[in-house]
Design a protein around this ligand. Structure first.
Ligand code: VGL
Ligand code: ZN
Length: 208
């Protein structure tokens, strides 16, 4: 499979807080870095997302007295998993992994910056209606197919994949370019949901 002019590599949340030693470290999260760097050479067009929360964000357990990380609460828009404080704007945890080498990346989409709404997806926040603008950008640029890598497979990558399908893009998940949090079976569920939505799954070595 050879990416062309209408393909874009979307690199989701490869940030220090999701890697070893980070506030919400994804098991083996760092392992995506060399895979993403190598893939980047195969794509003419690259876009990144950056989880970018204000202090005291509503998705943080610390904002809900008596609650713990990984509890679920009801927010205005529905159920929300609570997380340890992570990817706080301008902190080292919110920075991209220092090993990431994407000098040709064309856009960085920040998400999760509204204090009361979390945003897993690169396209829509967790209220499922507030857009980030990415679908419009990709459409206007003429991209037809989105290749996904990054963290975490079962949260931000999955939500981005499903929304990209919903907005009419072809979607390819590059499996070894992602790692999962896997809360109570969430990885298996995510893989099922993505398959049902028509997301193709490939290994990075299949991309030349
Ligand atoms: C993510 C939980 C909270 C992710 C972001 O990037 O998958 N997960 N914020
Ligand atoms: Zn977050």
């Amino acid at each position: 499979m050879r990416p062309g002019e209408s393909d874009v590599l979307l690199v989701v949340d490869v940030q220090n807080d999701f890697c070893a030693g980070g506030a919400l470290a994804v098991p083996d999260g760092d392992a995506v870095v060399p895979v993403v760097n190598r893939l980047a050479g195969r794509f003419a067009h690259i876009v990144l997302t950056q989880d970018w929360h204000p202090p005291g964000h509503q998705s943080f357990a610390g904002a809900h007295p008596g609650r713990k990380p990984f509890d679920t609460v009801e927010l205005a828009y529905g159920a929300q998993t609570l997380w340890p404080d992570h990817c706080v704007q301008e902190t080292p945890g919110a920075a991209f992994h220092p090993g990431l080498r994407l000098p040709r990346a064309e856009l960085i989409v920040r998400k999760g910056f509204r204090p009361a709404i979390d945003s897993y997806s690169a396209f829509y926040e967790n209220d499922r209606r507030t857009p980030t603008g990415l679908a419009g950008y990709l459409g206007e640029r003429g991209f037809k197919r989105v290749f996904l890598v990054g963290l975490a497979t079962d949260f931000c990558v999955q939500y981005s994949a499903l929304d990209a399908r919903r907005r009419g893009f072809a979607v390819v998940l590059i499996e070894d370019g992602c790692r999962a949090i896997d809360l109570a079976g969430s990885l298996a569920e995510a893989l099922c949901a993505m398959a049902a939505a028509g997301v193709e799954r490939v290994a990075s070595e299949a991309i030349s």
